[in-house]
Ligand binder design. Structure first.
Ligand code: PRX
Length: 677
């Protein structure tokens, strides 16, 4: 059986509810310059015109050969978009801009150290560097079309260069968030069968120079134990002689890219003519089991969709300087730092470090110095910036025309600070709801066409037709009543499958409402997003949170099972349960309940050992708020841990009637323990 989503035991219950129905309208100045002002777009993208309407998005790209069929449903729900078309993503993000814009900045890279020079990489320079690195990957690392490569790198200009070099060759990249641990990286190396790992020596984060290459050594060792041999580790060097000096290079396996690439100076690599349906990349994401799943994204469909979303929702023009604060190691970074903005020939900003170090003015200084006019961030960053420097933005002279929020629900009061203090009342805001699996946006306002409403993502973007279903599969038509938000139709940015696990793909995203698993008709395959939502009278959707075992911490997605599995590796642990607890800045944090094995004493040392084990296996973002060492877990008579009860205790809510539990007395003990601390 697949990953069943059960509404009663979920985050939807503890989601923040707000009732405001304020509308904000774009200025005529914004509308006057917007890419999309034609209200007919919604008719053109109605279900009656499905799927042909999506050719409008595909035509934003340059194809070697147009498609034979817009949508091939023969292997539903693994849909093939623009089947038979031939295209290359690296060509579309670089080469096609050279004739008119080779001297325009493609990437501004801002290092953390303010005394270091900001790098302004032109499209011509990007072309040169991507070609040289592609030649290295092909001729030195022996990579070819269809191979997978794991990339574990911090934020740097070399990260998109690496991705685009892979795309040029048709090599499928799997980027692992730089903050993930060696063990998390190893899992992804093994699952994708990567024999090459690309890493970096070091990076700065909040004042510390972190050695990153050590993670590569550990990851390769762990992967080897699981049967996946990595025969080459390519290490980009940012701090020669500094950070990596204490990390020995393994002879015959590890190579500094900066040395090897010299052999390829001046090399040019013809972009591979990829089929539209060939995979471009894998992006691993958390699900309801311990094992992250590799969301497989296509070349043509994905690129068409993110380019259209960047143009119409992000309103990116080639003259814009666009800054998305996400990490490239997440889907937001792939779609809206790298592929979308570069396909549109914009200048995209990449920064090292954190927005709040060395001080709360950093973001606004960067925006001012680089003339950023489109800004994209997450509620967690907005909350943090608001808390530590509510008046900072006014000290700087930047002007945003457009701002995005993404990744988690945003409270209206935070939205309003974003609008007035950060946007200075001049910028429109789009709240974009989407997922790793969806490639690009699902719900948002088209900024020049629909008013903004704080706290609501908006209606489906053109071409996306959401529906709210109840547990029986009936549509919830009444405004304000929560249900499972689904998408009625496929779209080009939708993931193709889970890498190597088609059944899990079907079970996770479709099984719940698909009435005929043999069907080749797209209408039979509504996509189940795994979020609870309400729809209001005006057709805007408000996202309430996940309905499955996924926690959204600072906009980063973590599986509760992943964290529990990591805790269970500590030999003293008998049982582990993770629940989300509300946090002022991060949105949610994991709270970890542990029952120790009989005879093991509950001490602070054990709690720390468990917490450290989680950081080591997943990364610091998964660190629990608190490890509660409890005498026993509250359980049903059939032995199931009642996470709902633990969630209520952590969030100081009502535990409800617990008398039917096998051990109701333990609830009071745990409650006292938590309330007292
Ligand atoms: O619960 C929704 C929340 O983030 C989940 C997807 O996480 P991930 O795959 O990591 O992608 C994050 C970046 C797109 C969703 O299932 N989410 C995402 N955007 C919003 C949101 N919740 C509310 N409002 C949003 N705008």
């Amino acid at each position: 059986m697949g990953e069943k989503q059960v509404m009663e035991t979920t985050e939807a219950q503890i989601a923040v509810h707000w009732q405001e129905e304020d509308y904000y309208y774009p200025s005529s100045k914004f509308i006057g310059q917007a890419n999309l002002t034609d209200p007919d777009i919604y008719d053109r993208f109605s279900l009656d015109n499905f799927p042909d309407c999506f050719t409008e998005y595909a035509e934003l790209l340059t194809w070697y050969k147009y498609w034979d069929e817009v949508l091939d449903t023969s292997d539903a729900p693994c849909f093939k978009w623009f089947r038979g078309g031939q295209i290359n993503a690296s060509y579309n993000c670089i080469d096609r801009h050279l004739k008119k814009n080779k001297n325009k900045t493609a990437i501004h890279f801002v290092p953390e150290l303010e005394e270091e020079r900001v790098d302004h990489i032109t499209y011509q320079e990007l072309y040169v560097r991507v070609n040289e690195f592609a030649a290295l990957l092909r001729d030195f690392a022996g990579l070819k079309r269809g191979d997978r490569v794991t990339i574990h790198m911090p934020m740097s200009a070399e990260l998109p260069i690496t991705m685009l070099a892979c795309a040029r060759l048709g090599v499928i990249h799997s980027v692992v968030f730089g903050g993930f641990s060696a063990s998390a990286c190893a899992d992804r190396i093994v699952d994708s069968n990567s024999r090459v790992l690309i890493s970096m020596d070091a990076y700065y984060r909040a004042g510390n120079l972190l050695n990153h290459k050590v993670n590569a050594d550990e990851a390769v060792a762990i992967a080897a134990k699981d049967g996946q041999v990595v025969d080459k580790v390519l290490v980009w060097q940012r701090y020669p002689g500094k950070a990596s000096s204490d990390t020995p290079m393994v002879d015959g396996r590890d190579y500094f890219v900066n040395d090897v690439v010299k052999k390829y100076y001046g090399a040019r690599v013809e972009p591979e003519k990829m089929l539209s349906e060939d995979p471009l990349f894998l992006m691993y994401t958390s699900g309801t089991t311990g094992k992250p799943k590799g969301a497989q994204h296509s070349t043509g469909g994905y690129l068409a969709y993110v380019t259209a979303m960047s143009k119409y929702i992000q309103d990116i023009h080639p003259k814009d300087v666009y800054w998305c604060m996400a990490d490239i190691g997440w889907i937001t970074g792939h779609s809206f730092i790298v592929y979308g903005p570069l396909a549109l020939c914009a200048s995209t900003v990449i920064y090292e470090g954190v927005p709040t170090y060395p001080d709360a003015g950093r973001s606004w200084r960067i925006a001012q110095d680089l003339d950023v006019n489109i800004f994209h961030t997450a509620p967690t960053a907005i909350r943090a910036l608001r808390k530590i420097g509510p008046d900072e933005p006014a000290k700087y002279t930047y002007h945003f025309k457009h701002m995005t929020t993404v990744g988690e629900p945003i409270e209206p009061e935070v939205w309003k600070w974003y609008e007035s203090a950060v946007g200075k009342g001049e910028a429109i805001i789009v709240d974009t709801w989407w997922q790793t699996e969806t490639g690009g946006f699902l719900c948002s306002t088209v900024p020049a066409l629909k008013p903004m409403k704080p706290g609501s993502a908006g209606p489906g973007v053109p071409g996306i037709h959401p529906i709210i279903l109840d547990d029986n599969g009936d549509e919830v038509t009444q405004p304000g009543i929560a249900g499972n938000i689904c998408i009625q139709n496929p779209w080009p940015g939708q993931m193709q499958t889970i890498w190597g696990d088609r059944q899990r793909f079907v079970d996770t995203y479709f099984a719940r409402y698909c009435k005929n698993p043999e069907s080749k008709d797209w209408r039979d395959w509504p996509y189940v997003a795994g979020d609870a939502a309400t729809r209001s009278q005006d057709g805007y959707y408000r996202i309430l949170g996940r309905i499955d075992d996924v926690i959204n911490v600072s906009g980063h997605r973590l599986g509760t099972k992943e964290i529990e599995s990591a805790a269970l590796v500590v030999q003293e642990v008998a049982e582990a349960a993770v629940v989300p607890v509300a946090h002022e800045i991060k949105g949610k944090e994991p709270d970890l309940y542990i029952a120790l094995k009989p005879g093991v004493e509950a001490t602070d040392e054990i709690a720390k050992k468990i917490s450290d084990a989680i950081c080591e296996q997943i990364g610091k973002i998964a660190k629990p708020r608190k490890v509660w060492l409890v005498p026993d877990m509250p359980k049903t008579r059939s032995g199931k841990i009642m996470r709902r009860v633990l969630g209520a205790i952590s969030n100081k809510g009502d535990v409800g009637n617990v008398m039917t539990l096998a051990n109701p007395e333990v609830v009071e003990t745990i409650k006292n323990m938590v309330d007292k601390s």
